[in-house]
Design a protein around this ligand. Structure first.
Ligand SMILES: [Zn+2]
Length: 158
Protein backbone atom coordinates (compact mmCIF):
# COMPACT_ATOMS: atom_id res chain seq x y z
CA UNK A 1 0.00 0.00 0.00
CA UNK A 2 1.20 3.49 -0.79
CA UNK A 3 2.08 5.89 2.02
CA UNK A 4 -0.59 8.29 0.74
CA UNK A 5 -3.34 5.64 1.11
CA UNK A 6 -2.05 4.62 4.49
CA UNK A 7 -2.31 8.17 5.74
CA UNK A 8 -5.87 8.32 4.40
CA UNK A 9 -6.78 5.14 6.28
CA UNK A 10 -5.13 6.39 9.43
CA UNK A 11 -7.04 9.64 9.23
CA UNK A 12 -10.26 7.75 8.69
CA UNK A 13 -9.96 5.11 11.40
CA UNK A 14 -7.21 6.29 13.69
CA UNK A 15 -8.58 9.58 14.97
CA UNK A 16 -8.82 8.32 18.53
CA UNK A 17 -5.29 6.95 18.65
CA UNK A 18 -2.68 9.63 18.64
CA UNK A 19 1.10 9.62 18.67
CA UNK A 20 1.93 12.82 20.49
CA UNK A 21 5.31 14.22 19.53
CA UNK A 22 4.96 17.97 19.16
CA UNK A 23 2.73 19.33 21.92
CA UNK A 24 5.05 22.35 22.09
CA UNK A 25 3.91 23.21 18.54
CA UNK A 26 0.45 21.63 18.14
CA UNK A 27 -0.73 21.38 21.72
CA UNK A 28 -3.74 23.66 21.30
CA UNK A 29 -5.00 21.82 18.20
CA UNK A 30 -4.85 18.54 20.04
CA UNK A 31 -6.84 19.93 22.98
CA UNK A 32 -9.60 20.94 20.54
CA UNK A 33 -9.46 17.55 18.82
CA UNK A 34 -9.87 15.78 22.16
CA UNK A 35 -13.02 17.74 22.88
CA UNK A 36 -14.54 16.41 19.62
CA UNK A 37 -13.23 12.86 19.89
CA UNK A 38 -13.75 11.55 23.39
CA UNK A 39 -11.96 8.52 24.86
CA UNK A 40 -8.77 9.01 22.92
CA UNK A 41 -5.67 7.03 23.59
CA UNK A 42 -2.56 9.16 23.39
CA UNK A 43 0.95 7.73 23.20
CA UNK A 44 3.20 10.38 24.70
CA UNK A 45 6.86 11.18 24.35
CA UNK A 46 8.65 11.89 27.62
CA UNK A 47 11.62 14.13 28.50
CA UNK A 48 14.03 11.31 27.70
CA UNK A 49 13.39 12.08 24.03
CA UNK A 50 14.40 15.74 24.40
CA UNK A 51 17.25 15.40 21.88
CA UNK A 52 15.09 13.52 19.38
CA UNK A 53 12.40 16.22 19.52
CA UNK A 54 14.97 18.98 19.29
CA UNK A 55 16.55 17.51 16.17
CA UNK A 56 13.29 16.48 14.47
CA UNK A 57 11.03 19.41 15.24
CA UNK A 58 13.04 22.08 17.04
CA UNK A 59 12.66 23.13 20.64
CA UNK A 60 13.19 26.52 22.19
CA UNK A 61 13.04 25.11 25.69
CA UNK A 62 15.88 23.87 27.85
CA UNK A 63 15.63 20.28 28.99
CA UNK A 64 14.32 21.41 32.35
CA UNK A 65 11.73 23.74 30.81
CA UNK A 66 10.65 20.99 28.41
CA UNK A 67 10.07 18.57 31.28
CA UNK A 68 8.03 21.19 33.14
CA UNK A 69 6.01 21.95 29.99
CA UNK A 70 5.24 18.26 29.43
CA UNK A 71 4.13 17.75 33.02
CA UNK A 72 1.74 20.70 32.77
CA UNK A 73 0.43 19.73 29.36
CA UNK A 74 -0.07 16.04 30.14
CA UNK A 75 -1.78 16.94 33.40
CA UNK A 76 -4.38 18.77 31.31
CA UNK A 77 -4.82 15.77 29.01
CA UNK A 78 -5.02 13.07 31.59
CA UNK A 79 -8.52 13.98 32.75
CA UNK A 80 -10.01 13.26 29.34
CA UNK A 81 -7.90 10.58 27.76
CA UNK A 82 -5.82 7.51 28.27
CA UNK A 83 -2.12 8.38 28.27
CA UNK A 84 0.43 5.72 27.42
CA UNK A 85 4.12 5.60 26.59
CA UNK A 86 5.81 6.43 23.31
CA UNK A 87 9.57 5.92 23.39
CA UNK A 88 11.99 6.50 20.52
CA UNK A 89 15.03 4.39 21.23
CA UNK A 90 16.87 4.23 17.93
CA UNK A 91 16.05 3.05 14.43
CA UNK A 92 18.46 0.19 15.09
CA UNK A 93 17.87 -0.67 18.75
CA UNK A 94 20.20 -3.65 18.51
CA UNK A 95 23.02 -1.07 18.21
CA UNK A 96 22.26 0.40 21.62
CA UNK A 97 23.68 -1.17 24.75
CA UNK A 98 21.25 -2.89 27.08
CA UNK A 99 22.15 -0.29 29.66
CA UNK A 100 21.09 2.56 27.35
CA UNK A 101 17.81 0.86 26.47
CA UNK A 102 17.06 0.11 30.08
CA UNK A 103 17.82 3.67 31.12
CA UNK A 104 15.56 5.18 28.45
CA UNK A 105 12.59 2.88 29.01
CA UNK A 106 12.80 3.00 32.79
CA UNK A 107 13.18 6.78 32.88
CA UNK A 108 10.17 7.22 30.60
CA UNK A 109 8.18 4.85 32.81
CA UNK A 110 9.29 6.65 35.99
CA UNK A 111 8.33 10.01 34.49
CA UNK A 112 4.76 8.72 34.14
CA UNK A 113 4.69 7.25 37.63
CA UNK A 114 6.41 10.06 39.53
CA UNK A 115 5.47 13.19 37.61
CA UNK A 116 2.07 12.30 36.14
CA UNK A 117 0.90 9.77 38.74
CA UNK A 118 -0.10 7.45 35.93
CA UNK A 119 0.84 3.80 35.76
CA UNK A 120 1.29 3.12 32.05
CA UNK A 121 0.28 -0.28 30.70
CA UNK A 122 1.25 0.07 27.04
CA UNK A 123 4.22 1.23 25.00
CA UNK A 124 4.66 2.06 21.33
CA UNK A 125 8.29 2.16 20.28
CA UNK A 126 9.22 4.91 17.83
CA UNK A 127 9.49 3.66 14.25
CA UNK A 128 8.07 0.44 15.81
CA UNK A 129 11.74 -0.32 16.32
CA UNK A 130 12.41 -2.67 19.19
CA UNK A 131 14.47 -5.78 19.76
CA UNK A 132 14.38 -8.68 22.19
CA UNK A 133 16.18 -6.87 25.00
CA UNK A 134 14.13 -3.65 24.78
CA UNK A 135 10.95 -5.72 24.69
CA UNK A 136 12.06 -7.72 27.72
CA UNK A 137 12.65 -4.49 29.65
CA UNK A 138 9.19 -3.21 28.71
CA UNK A 139 7.56 -6.51 29.65
CA UNK A 140 9.37 -6.54 33.00
CA UNK A 141 7.63 -3.21 33.77
CA UNK A 142 4.25 -4.73 32.93
CA UNK A 143 3.99 -2.92 29.60
CA UNK A 144 2.22 -4.38 26.61
CA UNK A 145 4.10 -3.68 23.38
CA UNK A 146 1.77 -2.24 20.78
CA UNK A 147 2.73 -3.22 17.25
CA UNK A 148 1.68 -1.49 14.04
CA UNK A 149 -1.71 0.11 14.42
CA UNK A 150 -3.77 2.82 12.80
CA UNK A 151 -3.08 6.17 14.37
CA UNK A 152 -2.62 9.84 13.65
CA UNK A 153 0.11 12.23 14.69
CA UNK A 154 -0.73 15.36 16.62
CA UNK A 155 0.85 17.37 13.79
CA UNK A 156 -1.73 16.01 11.30
CA UNK A 157 -4.64 17.56 13.18
CA UNK A 158 -6.04 20.52 11.29
ZN1 LIG B 1 7.08 8.49 17.19
Amino acid sequence: MKIKDLRFLNNLFGKKIIHLETPHIHGEKLLKHLKKYRDCKVYCLTPINYDFVNVEFGLKLSKKQYQKFLIEYYSKLKKDCNLQLHVHLNQYPENLSNHQKEKMIKEAYSFFINQLKIKPTEIVFGWYASDKSSEDIAISLGLKIIRRHLHIYDRWIK
